[in-house]
Design a protein. Structure first.
Length: 628
């Protein structure tokens, strides 16, 4: 496996690529030209990292030219061959010509390649031909293959690139007709389905397999079925990756390849794939608990809010200052330890969600899959007599725990139950209407980390991504990506603008991840009444919102009044309805949401997000003091 380019210094990139577990790299000519190292030194640097140069690319506008352009193209090729010899690269990618004077003609091009193959072979080099999706005469891998076939030279082969095949909507099954030993190299990239010019799409929006919408799995299966056994290389041009951390980009690229090939072998078990065995992806049952790290002094605000939300204290950890609050099926832990991981998280981020536990069918299997996909083992070792719960490093340095029913009961072993004695509100939770469990968890991250974290969830578990949505914050754009796996719903939010609510949360909490936790109820109106009786104050929503709501959805005025008086937001999709009630923010900008989904509503109220954001902004606006 090898990786293409992203925009940092060569050394930084090579460090990250080697550490992520790749075997080789493509050298992009532009990177070489921009470097002040000689090709020989670049070659040595690559090999010093334990990597090989799998490909030198691209050589442009070579085939099908009239003289004297043709002669000049051959002269250029010889110069490139000299550079390759210095670099220590034996394969060059020739991409199909976009030259305005290229004549085309399958046999003319085949003759050019036969002649080029002869020159390359004399030097012990090989030439691979790739059809660019926007090539002038050759824009289809089937035509490129016909040229390679007619060239009939052992030093000339085909290069396939999933972007060019899938991006043009070509059927990847046609690759199964190509002899595998004539395919010299395979490049993989995905892309989000956004209608736009192919070249611009390719140069700015390519992403790792599984991060976009193309069927890279079908492409990879066809390549393996054809008998190809060479490198699988990531050929990704992407603005976010150029801006991102090389280590994160390289690790998620490696994860994408391992996940892709794992899915290849599971979809077609006869296909041989060079990967160790590890467990298949499984769905998440539900969020088992959410744990906040805080301090004794700072915990009052959070515990007060949980109380107003009708959570009752249901247990205390036997050996640590961790309190368990429960309502319906939602468990929230409050950790005020003064040592260990939670305390470190509190010191780094303030009161924050330090840990999320997912209930899965088989925790050990989910953990083993995570490790095979390059996730980091994470968390404090268990204390004496405490359950050992496997943990992985999640978004923003938080801890992702995996629990299952096979393990002994966490609540019985690690926690002392408090039956009904949980402070003033102990019993009331049971009488109160509607509460179900955790509906979703919303995580905020730098914009350029979103694709990687989405892949983290979709590679580890089975699940689906919803289309990316853009949310207008009063201070800039926030992109939101929802992921669902069984009973787990996560929304990932990223902002490039520092003053959006997401951007401010990141800077004020020094990079904490979970910004809000949404709890589901089966009866939003009854729940809202109940919370008011408990002293809950909802995020106040502007009156204009409700005036619009009535006409937008043709709702009865009395119904809209019921929403308005309770600050409930409303949305509807083809399936059903959605109701949202927000808490005011606490800590460094965390908050809770209460939602009701009716009749299979699948979204997250994206249409309401601008109004919720505006309401949150109003609350956080510095109050101007008259007379000062
Ligand atoms: O965008 C390009 O020009 C370009 C170059 C080389 C490739 O392999 C490719 O897929 C695209
Ligand atoms: Mg390519």
């Amino acid at each position: 496996m090898a990786v293409g380019r992203s925009g940092r210094t060569l050394e930084e990139k090579l460090d990250a690529i080697a550490a992520a577990g790749f075997d080789g790299v493509e050298i992009f000519e532009q990177d070489l030209l921009a470097s002040d190292r000689s090709p020989a030194r670049v070659g040595r640097l690559v090999r010093d990292h334990g990597l090989e140069i799998t490909l030198f690319q691209p050589f442009r506008d070579f085939e099908g030219l009239p003289e004297p352009l043709r002669g000049r193209a051959f002269a250029r090729a010889k110069r490139k061959f000299d550079v390759m010899a210095e670099l220590g690269a034996d394969l060059v990618l020739v991409c199909s010509s976009v030259h305005p004077e290229a004549l085309g003609g399958i046999d003319r091009c085949a003759d050019d390649f036969a002649a080029l193959g002869e020159i390359a072979a004399e030097r012990g080099l090989r030439v691979g031909y790739e059809a660019l999706a926007w090539g002038r005469h050759v824009d289809d891998h089937r035509d490129a293959w016909e040229i390679v076939r007619r060239a009939g030279h052992p030093a000339v082969g085909l290069i396939l690139d999933s972007f060019h095949t899938l991006g043009r909507g070509l059927d990847p099954e046609t690759i199964r007709r190509i002899p595998g030993d004539r395919i010299f190299f395979v490049q993989l990239a995905d892309a989000p389905r956004i209608p736009m010019d192919l070249l611009y799409w390719s140069r700015h929006f390519r992403c790792m397999p599984g991060e976009g919408d193309l069927d890279v799995g079908a492409f990879a299966r066809a390549v393996v079925a054809a008998g190809y056994r060479g490198p699988l290389s990531l050929k990704v041009f992407n603005d976010e990756f150029r801006a991102g951390l090389p280590s994160l980009v390289a690790r998620s690229g490696h994860r994408a390849l391992v996940d892709l090939m794992d899915r290849v072998r599971r979809a077609e078990p006869v296909l041989r794939v060079d990967l160790p065995d590890f467990p298949p992806p499984a769905p998440v049952d539900r969020v088992a608990f959410v744990e906040f790290a805080t301090s004794r002094e700072a915990s009052g605000e959070l515990v007060g809010l949980l109380d107003a939300l009708g959570f009752a204290e249901a247990g205390r950890h036997r050996s640590k200052p961790v309190r368990r609050f429960r309502r319906g099926d939602a468990d929230v832990l409050v950790n005020t330890a003064t040592d260990g991981f939670a305390h470190a998280a509190y010191l780094a981020h303030g009161t924050c969600v330090s840990e999320i536990a997912l209930a899965v069918p088989d925790a050990e299997a989910a953990y083993a899959r995570g490790i095979a996909l390059g996730a980091e083992p994470f968390g404090d070792p268990p204390g004496p007599g405490e359950l050992s719960i496997p943990g992985l490093r999640g978004v923003g340095g938080s801890l992702l725990r995996l629990v299952d029913r096979k393990g002994a009961d966490l609540w019985a072993i690690d926690f002392e139950p408090l039956d009904g004695g949980g402070g003033a509100t102990g019993d009331r939770a049971d009488e109160s209407p509607g509460f179900l469990g955790v509906d979703h968890v919303a995580q905020t991250m730098p914009y350029d980390a979103m694709l990687s974290w989405a892949l983290f969830y979709t590679a580890l578990f089975t699940g689906d991504k919803a289309p990316m949505v853009d949310v207008a914050d009063p201070h800039g754009l926030v992109r939101s990506q929802a992921i669902r796996s069984g009973g787990l719903r996560v929304t990932l939010n990223g902002s490039q603008a520092p003053r959006t609510l997401a951007g401010r949360f990141l800077s004020e909490s020094f990079g904490a991840a979970t910004q809000h936790v949404a709890i589901s109820t089966s009866d939003i109106l009854a729940t809202a009444n109940d919370l008011v009786a408990r002293g809950f104050s909802a995020l106040p929503i502007g009156q204009n919102y409700y005036a619009d709501l009535e006409v937008r959805f043709d709702l009865a005025p009395s119904f809209v009044d019921a929403l308005r008086t309770r600050d409930i937001l409303y949305d509807r999709d083809d399936a059903g309805e959605y109701f949202q009630l927000y808490s005011c923010p606490f800590g460094d900008g965390s908050f809770f949401e209460i939602v009701e989904r009716r009749a299979g509503y699948a979204g997250y109220g994206a249409a309401n997000a601008p109004f919720r954001l505006a309401a949150q902004k109003r609350l956080s606006r510095p109050v101007s003091m008259p007379g000062r």
